[in-house]
Design a protein around this ligand. Structure first.
Ligand code: KG4
Ligand code: ZN
Length: 340
């Protein structure tokens, strides 16, 4: 059996990324041009600025991924590509670049839904078998879902966010506290020196029987507390960071445990940008029974947006059915629904 190499391209938001993944788990290269410094100046992603950066970075990043993996285009079996959801102006740079390469190099192209990419981040650098069904909590800036993976590319959405995703709440609260962008890493760093019991923040959307999430009320509660407090000092910022982080971890882990009770699976995975959060990992593993295997992405760069997860998901779409994919012009999709 020969090996299969998939080149992945991801440009859904503010990272221009290209990676090569072998046999659905071995990461041969993972190149990424981050725009964090640029967007830190504006306190968030400005879509037109992000799109310009993608144009500048995409070809060098693809070359870097091939170089790092010691590959040429002849070694690549297929191109996996984030088709959406995301910022259309960012997505289009990836879809058009990949489509042109697909024509010129005669490579099949495999469109991947971005959230499905996050679901596959737990396969990266793991060559052991992962058993199905697996329950996945995926938490990012743009999405927040509880998903039952019954097999490869076989998903059931058990719950999703009704308004803000947890990552977005981290970013907005960080902005209220004057901590800059992106908010998650800044809040989790400050939270270490804060008192998580200092502020009694709500645990929204736990008093019901569904597995959906809502974080906008928590965000408003933080804003109200800040307004009432008047002048913030360092102690306030640290205590608020810790209290807010604790509320988010409490809600996410409680819903995850409820989903586990309903599904009774033996595999629980955490994915998405917020899976980088140490406290969230701690709270979840403390609540899970020993009989459950708990996985989060092996590396922090696999938590936030990256192309290795796209290549990995692309592998599990392409490998069982290569003739289904061909040279094609892919256009961006804003579809949030997870299905294949
Ligand atoms: O998955 P991702 O890179 O992009 C989306 O698909 O949205 O997630 C980005 C989100 C941001 O909201 C960022 O603040 C959050 O992940 N994040 C974190 C941490 N690192 C990144 N949130 C909490 N703690 C962290 N350590
Ligand atoms: Zn993402």
């Amino acid at each position: 059996m020969g090996t299969m190499k998939i080149l992945g391209i991801e440009t859904s938001c503010d990272e221009t990324a290209c990676a090569i993944v072998e046999d659905g788990h071995t990461v041969l290269s993972n190149a990424i041009a981050s725009q964090i410094d640029l967007h830190a100046k504006t306190g968030g992603v400005v879509p037109e600025v992000a799109a310009r950066e993608h144009v500048l970075n995409i070809l060098p990043i693809i070359d870097e991924a091939l170089f790092d993996a010691n590959c040429t285009w002849d070694d690549i079996d297929a191109i996996a590509l984030t088709r959406g959801p995301g910022l259309v102006s960012s997505l289009i740079i990836g879809t058009q670049t990949a489509s042109v390469i697909s024509y010129v190099k005669n490579k099949p192209i495999v469109p991947v839904q971005h959230i499905v990419g996050h679901l596959y981040s737990n396969w990266l650098d793991r060559d052991e078998d992962i058993e199905f069904p697996a329950l996945v909590l995926t938490v990012s800036g743009g999405h927040n879902d509880l998903i039952l993976m019954k097999g490869h590319m076989d998903f059931e959405v058990l719950g999703e966010t009704l308004d803000d995703a947890a990552g977005e709440a981290f970013d907005k609260v960080a902005r209220m506290l004057g901590l800059g962008y992106p908010g998650g890493p800044a809040i989790s760093k400050l939270a270490v020196s804060g008192d998580a019991g200092a502020f009694d923040l709500p645990r929204p959307y736990l008093n019901n029987d569904n597995l959906d999430f809502s974080f906008s009320g928590l965000k408003t509660a933080v804003l109200d507390t800040i307004k009432k407090w008047g002048g913030m000092d360092d102690k306030f910022r640290a205590d608020m960071s810790a209290s807010f982080q604790e509320a988010v971890c409490d809600v996410l882990s409680t819903k995850l445990l409820r989903a586990l009770e309903k599904t009774n699976v033996k595999e629980v995975h955490l994915a998405g940008g917020v899976s980088a959060n140490t406290r969230l990992r701690e709270v979840i593993s403390a609540k899970l029974p020993d009989s459950v295997t708990f996985r989060h992405p092996k590396s922090l760069i696999y938590c936030t947006d990256n192309a290795a997860m796209i290549a990995c998901a692309g592998h599990y779409l392409f490998a069982p059915n290569p003739s289904h994919f061909g040279v094609e012009n892919i256009i961006p999709s804003t579809e949030f629904r997870i299905s294949y």
